[in-house]
Ligand binder design. Structure first.
Ligand SMILES: [Zn+2]
Length: 382
Protein backbone atom coordinates (compact mmCIF):
# COMPACT_ATOMS: atom_id res chain seq x y z
CA UNK A 1 0.00 0.00 0.00
CA UNK A 2 1.06 3.60 -0.52
CA UNK A 3 1.37 5.47 2.72
CA UNK A 4 0.78 9.19 2.89
CA UNK A 5 3.71 11.33 3.96
CA UNK A 6 4.21 11.46 7.70
CA UNK A 7 3.14 14.78 9.18
CA UNK A 8 5.71 15.62 11.84
CA UNK A 9 3.16 17.95 13.45
CA UNK A 10 0.74 15.16 14.29
CA UNK A 11 0.42 14.71 18.00
CA UNK A 12 0.85 10.99 18.57
CA UNK A 13 0.21 11.25 22.30
CA UNK A 14 -3.17 12.88 21.71
CA UNK A 15 -3.97 10.29 19.04
CA UNK A 16 -2.97 7.47 21.39
CA UNK A 17 -5.07 8.86 24.25
CA UNK A 18 -8.15 9.29 22.08
CA UNK A 19 -7.95 5.77 20.59
CA UNK A 20 -9.33 2.72 22.36
CA UNK A 21 -6.09 0.79 22.88
CA UNK A 22 -6.45 -2.96 23.39
CA UNK A 23 -3.85 -5.54 24.40
CA UNK A 24 -5.21 -9.02 23.75
CA UNK A 25 -2.80 -11.06 25.87
CA UNK A 26 -0.97 -10.76 29.17
CA UNK A 27 -0.06 -13.52 31.60
CA UNK A 28 -0.23 -11.22 34.63
CA UNK A 29 -2.84 -13.37 36.50
CA UNK A 30 -0.12 -15.97 37.01
CA UNK A 31 1.93 -13.36 38.88
CA UNK A 32 -1.16 -12.21 40.77
CA UNK A 33 -1.97 -15.67 42.05
CA UNK A 34 1.60 -15.82 43.39
CA UNK A 35 1.05 -12.63 45.38
CA UNK A 36 1.71 -9.77 42.96
CA UNK A 37 -0.65 -6.81 43.49
CA UNK A 38 -1.53 -4.81 40.36
CA UNK A 39 -2.77 -1.83 42.42
CA UNK A 40 0.61 -0.19 42.87
CA UNK A 41 3.26 0.79 40.39
CA UNK A 42 6.03 -1.76 40.49
CA UNK A 43 9.47 -2.06 38.94
CA UNK A 44 9.22 -5.83 38.43
CA UNK A 45 7.18 -7.54 35.75
CA UNK A 46 5.56 -5.75 32.85
CA UNK A 47 2.14 -4.66 34.07
CA UNK A 48 0.11 -3.07 36.85
CA UNK A 49 -2.75 -0.57 36.91
CA UNK A 50 -0.59 2.59 37.13
CA UNK A 51 1.58 1.45 34.22
CA UNK A 52 -1.50 0.50 32.15
CA UNK A 53 -2.87 4.00 32.76
CA UNK A 54 0.45 5.57 31.85
CA UNK A 55 0.58 3.52 28.66
CA UNK A 56 -2.95 4.52 27.74
CA UNK A 57 -4.03 0.86 27.55
CA UNK A 58 -7.84 0.88 27.70
CA UNK A 59 -8.69 -2.79 27.34
CA UNK A 60 -6.45 -5.44 28.78
CA UNK A 61 -6.93 -9.16 28.29
CA UNK A 62 -5.84 -11.04 31.39
CA UNK A 63 -5.12 -14.59 30.28
CA UNK A 64 -5.62 -17.24 32.93
CA UNK A 65 -3.07 -19.88 32.07
CA UNK A 66 -2.84 -23.53 33.02
CA UNK A 67 0.11 -25.81 32.24
CA UNK A 68 -0.65 -28.75 29.95
CA UNK A 69 0.87 -31.20 32.44
CA UNK A 70 -1.55 -30.13 35.21
CA UNK A 71 -3.50 -33.18 36.45
CA UNK A 72 -6.84 -33.08 34.57
CA UNK A 73 -9.01 -32.76 37.69
CA UNK A 74 -6.95 -29.78 38.86
CA UNK A 75 -7.36 -27.75 35.65
CA UNK A 76 -10.75 -26.19 36.44
CA UNK A 77 -9.85 -25.31 40.07
CA UNK A 78 -6.56 -23.82 38.88
CA UNK A 79 -8.34 -21.51 36.44
CA UNK A 80 -11.05 -20.71 39.00
CA UNK A 81 -8.38 -19.62 41.46
CA UNK A 82 -6.76 -17.36 38.84
CA UNK A 83 -10.14 -15.78 38.04
CA UNK A 84 -10.94 -15.39 41.77
CA UNK A 85 -7.62 -13.62 42.33
CA UNK A 86 -8.04 -11.39 39.29
CA UNK A 87 -11.59 -10.46 40.29
CA UNK A 88 -10.60 -9.75 43.88
CA UNK A 89 -7.83 -7.39 42.79
CA UNK A 90 -10.11 -5.66 40.28
CA UNK A 91 -12.80 -5.24 42.93
CA UNK A 92 -10.30 -3.53 45.20
CA UNK A 93 -9.78 -0.88 42.49
CA UNK A 94 -13.34 -0.06 41.35
CA UNK A 95 -12.45 3.49 40.34
CA UNK A 96 -9.70 2.37 37.99
CA UNK A 97 -10.62 -1.00 36.44
CA UNK A 98 -13.67 -3.21 35.82
CA UNK A 99 -14.40 -6.53 34.09
CA UNK A 100 -16.13 -6.40 30.71
CA UNK A 101 -17.99 -9.23 28.99
CA UNK A 102 -19.37 -7.29 26.00
CA UNK A 103 -17.94 -4.65 23.68
CA UNK A 104 -20.47 -2.02 24.80
CA UNK A 105 -19.64 -2.68 28.40
CA UNK A 106 -15.95 -2.24 27.59
CA UNK A 107 -16.66 1.07 25.85
CA UNK A 108 -18.70 2.27 28.83
CA UNK A 109 -15.92 1.37 31.25
CA UNK A 110 -13.34 3.13 29.07
CA UNK A 111 -15.58 6.20 28.66
CA UNK A 112 -15.57 6.42 32.47
CA UNK A 113 -11.78 6.63 32.34
CA UNK A 114 -11.29 3.13 33.67
CA UNK A 115 -9.50 0.09 32.25
CA UNK A 116 -11.72 -2.64 30.80
CA UNK A 117 -10.45 -6.02 31.96
CA UNK A 118 -11.25 -8.88 29.61
CA UNK A 119 -10.83 -12.40 30.99
CA UNK A 120 -9.31 -15.02 28.71
CA UNK A 121 -8.08 -18.56 29.25
CA UNK A 122 -4.85 -19.79 27.71
CA UNK A 123 -4.78 -23.52 27.02
CA UNK A 124 -7.73 -25.75 26.15
CA UNK A 125 -6.74 -28.28 28.83
CA UNK A 126 -8.54 -25.87 31.16
CA UNK A 127 -11.89 -27.40 30.20
CA UNK A 128 -10.71 -30.96 30.92
CA UNK A 129 -12.54 -32.32 27.86
CA UNK A 130 -15.91 -31.07 29.07
CA UNK A 131 -18.31 -28.64 27.42
CA UNK A 132 -19.88 -28.14 30.86
CA UNK A 133 -16.59 -26.67 32.01
CA UNK A 134 -16.56 -24.42 28.93
CA UNK A 135 -20.02 -23.20 29.95
CA UNK A 136 -18.82 -22.75 33.53
CA UNK A 137 -15.98 -20.49 32.41
CA UNK A 138 -18.27 -18.57 30.09
CA UNK A 139 -20.60 -17.99 33.05
CA UNK A 140 -17.63 -16.71 35.02
CA UNK A 141 -17.04 -14.03 32.37
CA UNK A 142 -14.35 -15.67 30.25
CA UNK A 143 -14.62 -14.44 26.66
CA UNK A 144 -11.76 -16.18 24.89
CA UNK A 145 -10.07 -19.54 24.99
CA UNK A 146 -6.65 -20.23 23.46
CA UNK A 147 -7.25 -23.75 22.21
CA UNK A 148 -3.85 -25.21 22.98
CA UNK A 149 -0.35 -24.36 24.20
CA UNK A 150 3.23 -25.53 23.56
CA UNK A 151 2.13 -29.17 23.99
CA UNK A 152 -0.91 -30.67 22.26
CA UNK A 153 -3.92 -31.61 24.35
CA UNK A 154 -6.50 -34.36 23.80
CA UNK A 155 -8.34 -32.40 21.12
CA UNK A 156 -6.09 -29.70 19.60
CA UNK A 157 -2.57 -30.04 18.17
CA UNK A 158 0.06 -27.50 19.18
CA UNK A 159 2.22 -25.66 16.65
CA UNK A 160 5.24 -27.09 18.49
CA UNK A 161 4.14 -30.72 18.07
CA UNK A 162 6.34 -32.48 15.50
CA UNK A 163 4.67 -35.89 15.94
CA UNK A 164 0.95 -35.10 16.15
CA UNK A 165 -1.29 -37.92 17.35
CA UNK A 166 -4.14 -36.76 15.09
CA UNK A 167 -4.65 -34.19 12.37
CA UNK A 168 -5.50 -30.74 13.77
CA UNK A 169 -8.63 -31.07 15.89
CA UNK A 170 -10.55 -34.14 17.02
CA UNK A 171 -14.34 -34.33 16.65
CA UNK A 172 -14.55 -33.03 20.20
CA UNK A 173 -12.29 -30.15 19.17
CA UNK A 174 -14.80 -29.30 16.44
CA UNK A 175 -17.54 -29.39 19.08
CA UNK A 176 -15.59 -27.00 21.30
CA UNK A 177 -15.30 -24.50 18.44
CA UNK A 178 -19.02 -24.81 17.62
CA UNK A 179 -19.96 -24.45 21.28
CA UNK A 180 -17.76 -21.34 21.59
CA UNK A 181 -19.60 -19.85 18.58
CA UNK A 182 -22.87 -20.73 20.25
CA UNK A 183 -21.91 -19.20 23.59
CA UNK A 184 -20.26 -16.10 22.17
CA UNK A 185 -16.67 -16.81 23.13
CA UNK A 186 -13.75 -15.88 20.87
CA UNK A 187 -11.65 -18.76 19.50
CA UNK A 188 -7.94 -17.98 19.90
CA UNK A 189 -5.72 -19.83 17.41
CA UNK A 190 -2.35 -18.76 18.83
CA UNK A 191 -0.27 -21.88 19.64
CA UNK A 192 -2.39 -24.06 17.31
CA UNK A 193 -0.80 -26.11 14.52
CA UNK A 194 -1.28 -25.25 10.84
CA UNK A 195 -3.75 -28.15 10.48
CA UNK A 196 -5.64 -27.10 13.64
CA UNK A 197 -5.94 -23.51 12.39
CA UNK A 198 -7.20 -24.78 9.03
CA UNK A 199 -9.86 -26.92 10.74
CA UNK A 200 -10.90 -24.12 13.10
CA UNK A 201 -11.44 -21.84 10.10
CA UNK A 202 -13.52 -24.54 8.40
CA UNK A 203 -15.73 -25.07 11.43
CA UNK A 204 -16.16 -21.59 12.91
CA UNK A 205 -18.92 -19.25 11.88
CA UNK A 206 -17.43 -16.39 13.86
CA UNK A 207 -14.23 -14.40 13.38
CA UNK A 208 -11.26 -15.78 15.30
CA UNK A 209 -8.16 -14.14 16.71
CA UNK A 210 -4.55 -15.08 17.09
CA UNK A 211 -4.19 -13.32 20.44
CA UNK A 212 -0.37 -13.29 20.54
CA UNK A 213 1.41 -14.35 17.34
CA UNK A 214 3.57 -12.68 14.69
CA UNK A 215 4.45 -12.95 11.00
CA UNK A 216 6.16 -16.17 9.84
CA UNK A 217 7.59 -14.72 6.66
CA UNK A 218 9.62 -12.25 8.79
CA UNK A 219 10.41 -14.64 11.62
CA UNK A 220 9.96 -18.28 10.60
CA UNK A 221 8.91 -19.75 13.96
CA UNK A 222 6.09 -22.25 14.41
CA UNK A 223 4.29 -19.76 16.73
CA UNK A 224 3.94 -17.29 13.87
CA UNK A 225 1.42 -17.24 11.02
CA UNK A 226 2.29 -17.80 7.37
CA UNK A 227 1.02 -15.42 4.71
CA UNK A 228 -1.48 -18.08 3.68
CA UNK A 229 -2.79 -18.27 7.27
CA UNK A 230 -2.92 -14.48 7.55
CA UNK A 231 -5.01 -14.33 4.38
CA UNK A 232 -7.30 -17.09 5.68
CA UNK A 233 -7.80 -15.23 8.98
CA UNK A 234 -8.57 -12.03 7.06
CA UNK A 235 -11.05 -13.95 4.91
CA UNK A 236 -12.69 -15.13 8.16
CA UNK A 237 -12.97 -11.51 9.35
CA UNK A 238 -10.56 -12.21 12.17
CA UNK A 239 -7.45 -10.65 13.54
CA UNK A 240 -3.76 -11.29 14.20
CA UNK A 241 -2.59 -9.59 17.38
CA UNK A 242 1.17 -9.20 17.42
CA UNK A 243 3.25 -10.65 20.23
CA UNK A 244 5.99 -8.36 21.61
CA UNK A 245 8.34 -11.27 22.37
CA UNK A 246 11.70 -10.69 20.67
CA UNK A 247 11.89 -14.37 19.76
CA UNK A 248 8.85 -14.08 17.49
CA UNK A 249 9.77 -10.62 16.16
CA UNK A 250 13.46 -10.88 15.22
CA UNK A 251 13.91 -11.45 11.48
CA UNK A 252 15.16 -14.88 10.40
CA UNK A 253 14.85 -16.37 13.90
CA UNK A 254 17.95 -14.45 14.94
CA UNK A 255 16.83 -14.24 18.56
CA UNK A 256 16.63 -18.01 18.90
CA UNK A 257 19.96 -18.45 17.14
CA UNK A 258 21.67 -16.17 19.67
CA UNK A 259 19.72 -17.64 22.56
CA UNK A 260 20.52 -21.22 21.54
CA UNK A 261 24.21 -20.53 21.06
CA UNK A 262 24.28 -18.82 24.47
CA UNK A 263 22.72 -21.88 26.12
CA UNK A 264 25.10 -24.19 24.30
CA UNK A 265 28.09 -22.32 25.68
CA UNK A 266 26.65 -22.43 29.24
CA UNK A 267 25.05 -25.87 28.93
CA UNK A 268 26.90 -27.61 31.77
CA UNK A 269 26.28 -24.85 34.35
CA UNK A 270 22.63 -24.53 33.37
CA UNK A 271 22.04 -28.30 33.48
CA UNK A 272 23.51 -28.57 36.96
CA UNK A 273 21.36 -25.64 38.15
CA UNK A 274 18.23 -27.23 36.67
CA UNK A 275 19.07 -30.57 38.32
CA UNK A 276 19.44 -28.85 41.67
CA UNK A 277 15.89 -27.43 41.59
CA UNK A 278 14.15 -30.11 39.59
CA UNK A 279 10.94 -30.10 41.63
CA UNK A 280 10.63 -26.39 42.32
CA UNK A 281 9.75 -24.37 39.22
CA UNK A 282 10.04 -20.99 40.94
CA UNK A 283 13.34 -21.67 42.70
CA UNK A 284 14.69 -23.01 39.44
CA UNK A 285 13.62 -19.87 37.63
CA UNK A 286 15.29 -17.73 40.26
CA UNK A 287 18.51 -19.71 40.12
CA UNK A 288 18.57 -19.38 36.32
CA UNK A 289 18.03 -15.63 36.52
CA UNK A 290 21.75 -14.72 36.15
CA UNK A 291 21.87 -16.75 32.94
CA UNK A 292 18.76 -15.00 31.62
CA UNK A 293 20.40 -11.67 32.41
CA UNK A 294 23.58 -12.56 30.56
CA UNK A 295 21.53 -13.74 27.61
CA UNK A 296 19.56 -10.47 27.63
CA UNK A 297 22.79 -8.55 27.26
CA UNK A 298 23.77 -10.64 24.24
CA UNK A 299 20.31 -10.12 22.75
CA UNK A 300 20.18 -6.35 23.34
CA UNK A 301 22.81 -6.08 20.61
CA UNK A 302 20.31 -7.44 18.09
CA UNK A 303 18.61 -4.03 18.11
CA UNK A 304 15.02 -5.31 18.16
CA UNK A 305 12.79 -2.31 18.84
CA UNK A 306 9.33 -0.87 18.24
CA UNK A 307 10.24 -0.48 14.57
CA UNK A 308 10.72 -4.25 14.33
CA UNK A 309 7.22 -4.76 15.76
CA UNK A 310 5.74 -2.27 13.30
CA UNK A 311 7.52 -4.09 10.44
CA UNK A 312 5.15 -6.97 11.29
CA UNK A 313 2.20 -4.54 11.21
CA UNK A 314 3.36 -3.28 7.79
CA UNK A 315 3.58 -6.82 6.46
CA UNK A 316 0.02 -7.71 7.49
CA UNK A 317 -1.38 -4.38 6.26
CA UNK A 318 0.35 -4.80 2.91
CA UNK A 319 -1.02 -8.33 2.62
CA UNK A 320 -4.64 -7.92 3.78
CA UNK A 321 -5.22 -4.27 4.68
CA UNK A 322 -5.52 -2.53 8.05
CA UNK A 323 -8.57 -4.41 9.41
CA UNK A 324 -6.87 -7.61 10.56
CA UNK A 325 -4.01 -6.63 12.85
CA UNK A 326 -3.77 -5.66 16.50
CA UNK A 327 -1.53 -6.21 19.53
CA UNK A 328 -1.27 -9.00 22.10
CA UNK A 329 1.85 -8.17 24.07
CA UNK A 330 2.35 -11.40 26.06
CA UNK A 331 3.55 -9.13 28.88
CA UNK A 332 4.45 -11.11 31.99
CA UNK A 333 4.62 -14.22 29.83
CA UNK A 334 7.90 -13.56 28.00
CA UNK A 335 11.42 -12.74 29.12
CA UNK A 336 12.75 -10.66 26.25
CA UNK A 337 11.07 -7.53 24.89
CA UNK A 338 11.99 -4.93 22.27
CA UNK A 339 14.18 -1.98 23.28
CA UNK A 340 11.82 0.84 24.25
CA UNK A 341 8.86 -1.49 24.85
CA UNK A 342 9.82 -3.31 28.01
CA UNK A 343 6.59 -2.75 29.93
CA UNK A 344 3.03 -1.59 29.27
CA UNK A 345 3.74 2.04 30.13
CA UNK A 346 5.73 2.26 26.88
CA UNK A 347 2.90 1.26 24.53
CA UNK A 348 2.51 4.84 23.15
CA UNK A 349 5.85 4.28 21.36
CA UNK A 350 3.91 2.06 18.95
CA UNK A 351 1.58 4.91 18.03
CA UNK A 352 4.57 7.19 17.57
CA UNK A 353 6.05 4.69 15.12
CA UNK A 354 2.75 4.22 13.24
CA UNK A 355 2.46 8.01 12.88
CA UNK A 356 6.07 8.25 11.73
CA UNK A 357 5.35 5.65 9.03
CA UNK A 358 2.43 7.64 7.69
CA UNK A 359 -0.54 5.55 8.81
CA UNK A 360 -3.79 7.52 8.84
CA UNK A 361 -5.51 8.33 12.14
CA UNK A 362 -8.37 6.02 11.17
CA UNK A 363 -6.08 3.08 10.47
CA UNK A 364 -4.10 3.69 13.65
CA UNK A 365 -7.37 3.60 15.60
CA UNK A 366 -8.23 0.24 14.04
CA UNK A 367 -4.82 -1.26 14.68
CA UNK A 368 -4.57 -0.04 18.27
CA UNK A 369 -7.91 -1.53 19.30
CA UNK A 370 -10.73 -0.85 16.84
CA UNK A 371 -10.20 -4.15 15.05
CA UNK A 372 -10.36 -6.11 18.28
CA UNK A 373 -13.50 -4.24 19.34
CA UNK A 374 -15.13 -5.20 16.01
CA UNK A 375 -14.44 -8.91 16.62
CA UNK A 376 -15.37 -8.65 20.31
CA UNK A 377 -18.75 -7.12 19.36
CA UNK A 378 -19.39 -9.57 16.57
CA UNK A 379 -18.61 -12.68 18.61
CA UNK A 380 -19.67 -11.80 22.13
CA UNK A 381 -22.58 -9.49 21.34
CA UNK A 382 -23.30 -6.05 22.72
ZN1 LIG B 1 1.13 -18.15 24.89
Amino acid sequence: MILSCADPGRDYVQLHRSALVADTHSDTPLRMVRGFDISERDTTGHMDIPRLQEGGVDLQVFACFVYTETPPEECRPTIDELIDTLEAQIQRNPDRIAVCTTASQAEEIVAGDRIAAFIGIENGVAINNSLDNLQHFYDRGVRYLTLTHTASNDWCISSADTMPAFDGLTDFGHEVVRQMNELGMIVDISHASVAAVREVLEVTEDPVIASHSCVYSICPHDRNLTDEQIMAVAENGGLICLNFFNGYLAPDNRWFQISDSFFNVHRAEIDSTVALYEDDREARHEALEPFFRMRSEAIANLGIDVGTLVDHVDHIVNLVGPDHVGFGSDFDGVGSLPNGLTDCSMVPAITRELVARGYSDVDIGKILGGNFMRVFREVCGG
